[in-house]
Design a protein around this ligand. Sequence first.
Ligand SMILES: [Zn+2]
Length: 329
Amino acid sequence: MSEVLGTYPWLREGWSRLQAYLNTGRVPQALLMTGAAGIGKRHLALLLAQRLLCRAPGEFGCGHCASCALIAAGTHPDLIQVGPVEPGKPITVDAIRGLIATLGLKPQYSGYRVVILAPAHQMNVNAANSLLKTLEEPERHTVMLLLSEQPALLPATIASRCQRFALSLPSRDAVLEFLSAHGQAAQAEVLWSIAGGAPLRALELAGSSVVEIRAGFFADWSDLAAGREQPATVAEKWAKSALDELADWMLSWTGDLIRLKSDPHCRRLDNPDLSKSLQALAARLHLTAVFDYLDRLNHARRLLSGQANRQLLLEELLIRWAWLARSPP
Ligand SMILES: [Zn+2]
């Protein structure tokens, strides 16, 4: 068992699918690895890269040869990692041109060359166009691993030239176990919920104050429902926050309201830390109103992946919420 799979056991299933490629000698030249942010795509990609570049591989890279040592040091010349200069920024055409220039040279060591490009959906249009030719006419023994948590944002021309490789979220219990093993037993459920079920994202959030921050947003949201706050005021207050994340949180609160409408003592909430306030809210709301709001949120979530006017969308969601929550059941 490799150390990576020991630490992140939910990746074993994905690894066994990658091994099937390795065992038949049919590793795709372009693989689009998808799955939620914080699921461990890069860990799996690196495991595959090491296995391909190792000079004495078994099931995994051997961990001892010169190649494995260079990978561990992050300096293997035939493992090329491409990404944005700063997190959140686009991957530019210059980065892709640099990659193409490198691929034009001979590999430093005989054998494979592995490219890990992530997050692939952050390539801007020129970068994607520039990469296209490389995907159409791949160099021999070059394996391109494109990682993305939002593959729908990739141009179809890119996606269609890659073999799809999807990683699905581990079970809730598996994530809770992982978080407990990393000293987060006390807030494991809340972290699981806030991270949308992605284990590494949950662990990363454990070190931040996101639980408190989210509780603050929830307080605004309940104040709106109770008429203690006005939609315009809350919209202004929320304007600088990541709307995708806010929409996901509202979706998760609304999901809990629906659970509590059918069972006021439901113990399997996504937001156990907010259960008291959610119970009080659920008691005041009509089930059809909550379902109506869930529809609006899901609709908004889809619009957010496109070119929607985000501020307008946020205001609309808050006005709708205040209106639904204040209508008598
Ligand atoms: Zn090795």
